[in-house]
Design a protein around this ligand. Structure first.
Ligand SMILES: Cc1cc2nc3c(=O)[nH]c(=O)nc-3n(C[C@H](O)[C@H](O)[C@H](O)COP(=O)(O)OP(=O)(O)OC[C@H]3O[C@@H](n4cnc5c(N)ncnc54)[C@H](O)[C@@H]3O)c2cc1C
Length: 384
């Protein structure tokens, strides 16, 4: 399988990942602990600051370079979910922050001194319909006082800063449902001292995700990003990059499953011959490869549009949907081909199977992508 883009980066990432074999990921998965050593190695090698412009200390590379990094991590059997947001969450600050905010934070994010990898949007009563969030920031002089609750906020315990979407005008008082939301850059180190409670949620995969409770947490007004009330648009702006990068993780997962399935099918003998010599075993592997190759092309197209500054919302969504479905098909295929051994922890298949399932739900579910395509691309009547 050719690796087309960024061969040198891919080769270097592969070498780095070789130091973090299946046993490493299994141990963290079993204990639901954070793969801090891996994240440190990736950060020190400069991969997490790959998208930060050179003037702020990053590599200033285009999005496709970041897709190559994440794809290789996932192809190796690892998981970029522990830190992928350090790559792209800063995009909101870069695009909408003031010159002062950028100068203050970006160089330290680029060096790895500050971790900005928490992104607080979802709430118990507002998942897909973001405009229903109720976490509220009340302005009092030179600060905001934040109260409310967030859920599924990943890496909150491993972040110094968080991009928080909250309401500064209640939904019923805003001109439009998407108005009246604002983005605050929350210093987690300060917030936990004065009213922020972080509660880990144990999930079917090791994802360091949490619930957050804000009880009158003070955030300096200077930490408002962009204009008050326009936060929803700023968050939407960042979603294309996120979707394209997550899609590349799915492509990496799919390649992992196809690599493993092919190797196992060629070596496992049943009835005196390799199971891979049966077409009933070959065809699902070939089908997974075909589906994944098509999805990878859509990821490349979306990334190219993004890099050219062209609208890419539909392509980013389609890339995420195709890639997450292709990786899931490959996961199911790979498990089946491994027979009983697919369920054994030491093969890493069951772990990756659990991990890749997430991407059909988060960061956006398949139904919502189909709804976007139906109404925004094909012009069908809106259903909500
Ligand atoms: C492990 C994990 C990590 C996450 N990390 C983060 C994070 O770091 N930050 C963050 O802000 N969020 C995070 N999320 C939240 C994630 O973005 C949401 O789970 C996702 O957006 C779906 O929202 P929901 O779970 O509330 O589902 P709901 O909105 O309740 O939807 C439930 C189901 O109904 C379907 N549905 C809803 N409305 C319609 C409709 N009109 N038509 C058809 N189908 C519909 C959806 O497609 C979905 O399948 C994470 C979630 C998980 C599980």
């Amino acid at each position: 399988m050719s690796d087309e883009t960024w061969p040198e980066i891919r080769e270097a990432v592969r070498k780095l990942c070789a130091n973090f074999p299946g046993a490493y990921w299994r141990a963290h998965d079993r204990a639901r602990t954070y793969p801090a050593e891996f994240v440190r190695a990736l950060s020190e090698a400069g991969y997490l600051s790959i998208l930060i412009p050179e003037e702020f200390g990053g590599a200033g590379l285009p999005l496709s370079a970041a897709t190559a990094v994440l794809e290789e991590i996932h192809r190796s059997g690892g998981n970029g979910g522990a830190c992928h947001a350090q790559m792209y969450t800063m995009g909101t600050l870069l695009k909408h922050g003031s010159a002062e905010q950028k100068a203050r934070y970006l160089p330290r994010i680029a060096s790895g001194e500050l971790r900005l990898q928490a992104f607080g949007v979802t709430e118990p009563g507002a998942g897909t319909d973001t405009t229903r969030i109720t976490t509220f920031a009340r302005r009092e002089g030179d600060r905001y006082i934040v109260s409310g609750q967030k859920i599924w906020i990943s890496r909150a315990e491993h972040s110094d800063l968080m991009i928080l979407l909250c309401r500064t005008t209640r939904r019923e008082e805003a001109a439009k449902p998407g108005d009246g939301m604002s983005v605050l850059l929350v210093d987690m180190r300060e917030a936990v001292k004065q009213g922020l409670t972080i509660r880990p949620i144990r999930t079917m995969l090791n994802h360091a995700t949490t619930e957050l409770f804000f009880d009158e947490v003070e955030v300096p007004a200077e930490n408002l990003i962009g204009e008050e009330g326009k936060g929803f648009r700023y968050i939407l702006d960042g979603m294309n990059a996120e979707r394209i990068l997550i899609a590349s993780e799915c492509i990496g997962d799919g390649r992992f499953f196809i690599d493993r399935a092919g190797a196992y099918a060629s070596s496992r003998e049943v009835f005196g011959r390799a199971i891979g010599s049966n077409q009933g075993v070959q065809f699902p592997i070939a089908r997974a490869y075909v589906q994944l190759s098509a999805a990878a092309l859509m990821v490349q197209k979306a990334a190219a549009l993004f890099e050219a500054g062209q609208p890419c919302g539909s392509e980013a969504n389609m890339a995420k949907m195709l890639a997450s479905e292709a990786s899931w098909f490959a996961a199911d295929m790979c498990l089946q081909i491994h027979g009983g051994f697919g369920f054994a922890e030491e093969y890493d298949i069951e772990r990756k199977f659990r991990e890749t399932r997430l991407y059909q739900v988060a960061p956006i579910s398949t139904n919502l992508i189909l709804s976007h395509v139906a109404t925004h691309v094909l012009g069908l009547p809106k259903s909500f």
